[in-house]
Design a protein around this ligand. Structure first.
Ligand SMILES: Cc1cc2nc3c(=O)[nH]c(=O)nc-3n(C[C@H](O)[C@H](O)[C@H](O)COP(=O)(O)OP(=O)(O)OC[C@H]3O[C@@H](n4cnc5c(N)ncnc54)[C@H](O)[C@@H]3O)c2cc1C
Length: 376
C-alpha cells in the first residue's frame, strides 16, 4: 500500500494532522492500533486553545456533551484555594473526543486503518518510508507523521523517565452533594510523590486522574487501591469528594513511562514528530491535548510549505522550550509546596500564581511559534 503521507497513531495529533492534510487534497493513510476508541489515561481538561483548534477541525466539544470548566481549585493537606480560569475551558472524555476525531478524519477522506499496529518503521532501498504492521503487511510513503503518543516505536524511543511516573485514571459517580460542591471546577490535589485532578465530565460522572512516582507506589505495595487510600489520607479534600462515590470502571486504567519535559531534538528527513512524540508537558497544566493539536497544525504547515522535517523539529523545539521549562518549574513548585512551612503561603498566593502560570504555560499562543502558512 502506498500513499503520499502515512500517519502512525490515530489519537489527537494523528487525527488532526490527517484531517488538515486530507482537506488540502493530500492522499493520507492513518494507522491506529485500537479497533475502536477506548478510555485513555488523561485528565480530559480542554483548554481554550484546544477548543479553538478542535472547532477549526469541525469538532464542537459542547455538542459532544463537554462540561464547561470555570475555575481551578488547589487542595493540599486539609486546605483548598480557588481561582477562576482566565480562559474558556471544558472537559470531555477521550473516548468521545477520539471517536469524533476519527469520524472527522474519515469524512475528510483519510484512509483509516484501525485495529492495526505498527511494529517497525524503516526505509526501503529506494529511500521511501516503510511501516511494517503486526500482520506483516507494509505501508509505504515519502512522508511519515509519527503520532503514537505515549507509545514509542522501536528505533524512535524517547529518553527514560527518571522519576518513573505512573498515571491512573478512574471514573466515579459522586454523591449529589459532592457533585454540586465540585461544580464546574477542576480540582488539583497535591500529596507526597505526586498530584491528581478531579473534574466533572459528560454523563454526570467525574474523572479522577493521578500521577505518582514509582518509589512512592512501591511504599504502598504497588497497589492502586493503596495509592488511592493514601492520597485520601494525605489530602482530606479528596476523601471528602470521594465519600460515598461509586466507581464507574472495575479498576483504573494506568500507564507508565511519562517523560515530562521531553522535547524532541531532531528527526530524519520526511519524518515529522507530533503530539507526545514531539513534546510532553507536565499533566497538571492540562495542555497536552492543546500541544498535540498545535504540533499537528505546525507539522502540516511545515510539510505543505516544503520545510524539511529536521528544520521543523528544531524550530518547534525552540518555540516550546520556554513554556516547557516554566511548566516544569511550576510542577516542582507544586510538589515542594507540600512542606508544612510553605503550604499556607502557597495556598494564599495560588489564585494569582495560577492565573499567571496558566497564561504563560499556554504554549499555543499565536506568537509562540512562527509557522509557515498552510498553503496548498
Ligand atoms: C496523567 C495524565 C493526565 C493528562 N491530562 C491531560 C488533560 O487534562 N488535558 C490535556 O490537554 N492533556 C492531558 N494529558 C496529556 C494528553 O493526554 C496527551 O498529551 C495527548 O493525548 C497527546 O496526544 P497524541 O496524539 O500525541 O497521543 P494519543 O492521543 O495518546 O494518541 C496516540 C495514538 O497512537 C496509537 N498508537 C500507539 N502506538 C501505535 C502503534 N504502534 N501503531 C498504531 N497506533 C499506535 C494509540 O492507540 C493512540 O490512539 C495528560 C497526560 C497524562 C499522562
Amino acid at each position: 500500500m502506498q500513499d503520499e503521507v502515512l500517519i502512525l497513531g490515530g489519537g489527537v495529533a494523528g487525527c488532526a494532522a490527517s484531517i488538515l492534510l486530507a482537506r488540502k487534497g493530500r492522499g493520507v493513510t492513518l494507522i491506529e492500533r485500537e479497533p475502536t476508541p477506548r478510555h485513555k489515561v488523561c485528565g480530559e481538561f480542554l483548554s481554550g486553545e484546544a477548543l479553538e483548534d478542535l472547532h477549526a477541525l469541525g469538532i464542537n466539544a459542547a455538542s459532544l456533551g463537554a462540561v464547561p470548566i470555570d475555575s481551578v481549585r488547589l487542595a493540599a493537606a486539609g486546605r483548598a484555594a480557588e481561582a477562576p480560569l482566565p480562559f474558556p475551558a471544558a472537559s470531555l472524555t477521550r473516548k468521545a473526543l477520539d471517536t469524533a476525531l476519527i469520524a472527522e478524519a474519515i469524512a475528510a477522506g483519510v484512509r483509516v486503518e484501525r485495529g492495526r499496529s505498527v511494529q517497525s518503521l524503516g526505509r526501503t532501498t529506494s529511500n521511501v518510508w516503510q511501516a511494517t504492521l503486526d500482520d506483516g503487511t507494509t505501508c509505504e510513503a515519502a512522508t511519515v507523521f509519527l503520532a503514537t503518543g505515549k507509545h514509542d516505536l522501536r528505533g524512535y524511543t524517547r529518553p527514560e523517565d527518571p522519576e518513573r511516573w505512573i498515571a491512573f485514571k478512574m471514573y466515579f459517580r459522586l454523591t449529589h452533594a459532592q457533585a454540586s460542591e465540585l461544580g464546574r471546577a477542576s480540582e488539583l490535589m497535591l500529596y507526597p510523590g505526586g498530584y491528581g485532578g478531579i473534574q466533572p465530565v459528560e454523563g454526570g460522572i467525574a474523572n479522577l486522574c493521578w500521577v505518582v512516582q514509582q518509589r512512592h507506589l512501591a511504599r504502598v505495595g504497588n497497589r492502586w487501591e493503596n495509592s488511592l487510600a493514601k492520597m485520601q489520607r494525605d489530602c482530606p479534600h479528596l476523601a471528602m469528594r470521594l465519600a460515598g462515590a461509586e466507581p464507574v470502571l472495575a479498576k483504573p486504567i494506568a500507564i507508565t513511562h511519562i517523560p515530562y519535559g521531553y522535547i524532541r531534538r531532531t528527526t530524519e528527513n520526511g519524518l515529522y514528530c507530533i503530539g507526545d512524540q514531539a513534546a510532553v508537558i507536565p499533566s497538571f497544566t492540562g495542555d497536552g491535548i492543546s500541544i498535540a493539536l498545535h504540533t499537528a497544525r505546525c507539522g502540516v504547515a511545515a510539510y505543505l510549505a516544503g520545510e524539511p522535517a529536521p528544520i521543523f523539529q528544531a524550530r518547534l523545539r525552540s518555540a516550546l522550550r520556554a513554556q516547557m521549562r516554566l511548566a516544569e518549574f511550576a510542577a516542582d513548585g507544586l510538589n515542594n509546596s507540600l512542606s508544612r512551612a510553605v503550604l499556607p503561603f502557597c495556598l494564599r498566593v495560588w489564585p494569582g500564581v495560577m492565573r499567571l502560570t496558566a497564561r504563560l504555560t499556554r504554549v499555543t499562543q499565536p506568537a509562540a511559534v512562527a509557522q509557515p502558512a498552510i498553503a496548498g
